[in-house]
Design a protein around this ligand. Sequence first.
Ligand code: AP5
Ligand code: MG
Length: 227
Amino acid sequence: MVLTLFGPPGSGKGTQAEFLVQHFGIPQVSTGDLLRREVEADTELGRQARIYMERGDLVPDQITLELFRRRLQEPDSAPGVLLDGFPRTVGQAQALDHLLAEMGKRMDRVIRILVPEEVLVERISGRLTCPVCGRTYHPRLKPPRLEGRCDYDGAALLQREDDSPTTAHRRIKVYQQRTLPVLEHYRSQGVVSEVDGTGTVEQVRERVIAAAEGRELDAADASGSQA
Ligand code: AP5
Ligand code: MG
């Protein structure tokens, strides 16, 4: 099974992935997390990627695809993967089609999560991330049980370097310009579902799981200011 969580920064891809990996028994592959690991380890790829990530721009396809290919070769990916934040350009989507075909797989479902822009900025600017497990929190919207500490491993929560309001706006713009066209690529394959990403984490989870299983609970209203 190959699923993609598709949506702008702050739409809840990482939050929903946490439940989906348990539900479907496949690993989450987030290119954002893979890239942040390279940056932390100060590798050559990480040093190159950091410049783009700090600005809120996309990292060049060559770097992202190299990391993604390596991850897909790990044995836990064999039953399938839950992609988070990948593919993000039409070039990445085409490369992914080839990689999956080589493995005898195809994209099963692309779940687009729709959230109005003003909600995205509020979520991103308040987000706290666990540096150990990558889980995310928000002081008002999804508070940890103990202030400033991860519920799962007790690590001190941090704010991501690219989570300032200015960079958040830039990332949303980049998503609209460079990532939204990827939807057309998958619409032509008939695998796109759209879900309303507003409401509680649990409400969104129900819609996302229904979409992944091919049951449409409630089609999102794609009009207006949805990003
Ligand atoms: P990446 O790490 O993928 O970030 P992103 O796509 O910008 O998405 P986010 O992680 O910001 O948001 P999310 O949708 O996961 O939201 P979350 O669940 O955390 O990428 C970072 C950078 O890496 C990019 O800018 C780029 O430079 C580079 N990059 C990555 N992949 C790349 C690629 N393929 N190609 C090129 N470059 C790439 O939720 C956000 C907050 O909201 C949290 O605080 C959460 O608690 C809260 N929240 C979530 N859902 C709800 C809800 N229903 N109600 C209330 N609060 C909620
Ligand atoms: Mg994320």
